[in-house]
Design a protein around this ligand. Structure first.
Ligand code: ATP
Ligand code: MG
Length: 201
């Protein structure tokens, strides 16, 4: 599961665990972007802070690991490079890319989307505010058949955890509570390091 994780929150954790169980995955790797190509660099917390928060958030789940593949690689973080690196490192592993449907609808704007689609299977999870049916209707025209076959949609609308990192950052900047939106240890880290106090994102 790739992401900016600025910060990681309970939406990410719930989705990862639900996808792990639904797809019978051995492990979930959380891979924080080093330099996300789609986001404005200046407004993002350091890779070190984002990585540390992921580590704190997943510490009590032995099937979750934090992976520094993207942070270690210089330059912008592209999923195609990460997936190629992971499949070299774990040649016998079946790799599933877990994402929200908001990310799924952007996949065609990624670097080498066709190659990305051959390097992993995909699990797209519903996300409040993003209409999965609309997204799926778009798929037949824009996505190759091989991709549609390797795509699983995980419907979590029943739970509908409408949490985003943007909301958490904005609430902190506005002095509003965020407890229970992310693990306590993550919130303590945010407070200790005085993250997100300025509303610039
Ligand atoms: P931001 O508001 O900064 O964009 P975010 O909450 O969207 O943060 P990201 O790090 O951008 O988090 O997302 C990482 C991945 O997690 C993406 O694939 C995104 O779709 C997914 N995701 C994040 N929050 C949720 C959620 N509440 N439900 C389902 N998927 C989610
Ligand atoms: Mg996002």
């Amino acid at each position: 599961m790739g992401g900016t994780f600025d910060p990681i929150h309970n939406g990410h954790l719930f989705v990862a665990e639900a996808a792990r169980i639904a797809m019978q995955l051995d492990r979930v790797l959380f891979i924080p972007n080093g330099h996300p190509p789609h986001k404005l660099e200046a407004s993002i917390s350091s890779a070190q802070d984002r990585f540390a928060m992921v580590e704190l958030a997943i510490a009590d789940n032995h099937r979750f690991t934090c992976d520094d593949t993207e942070m270690k690689r210089g330059g912008k973080s592209y999923a195609v490079d990460t997936l190629a690196e992971l499949s070299l490192r774990m040649p016998s592993a079946a790799i599933y890319y877990i994402m929200g449907v908001d990310a799924l609808s952007e996949i065609l704007t990624w670097k080498e989307p066709q190659r990305v689609m051959t390097l992993a299977s995909f699990v797209a999870v519903t996300r409040p505010g993003y209409d999965v049916e609309v997204d799926l209707e778009c798929l037949p025209e824009s996505f190759p058949e091989s991709f549609r076959n390797s795509l699983s949609i995980l419907d979590l609308t029943e739970v509908g955890l409408d949490i985003s990192s943007t909301t958490i950052r904005n609430r902190i900047a506005a002095g509003e509570p965020v407890r229970y939106l992310a693990p306590d240890r993550v919130i303590e880290y945010i407070e200790q390091h005085r993250l997100y106090l300025l509303q610039n994102q």
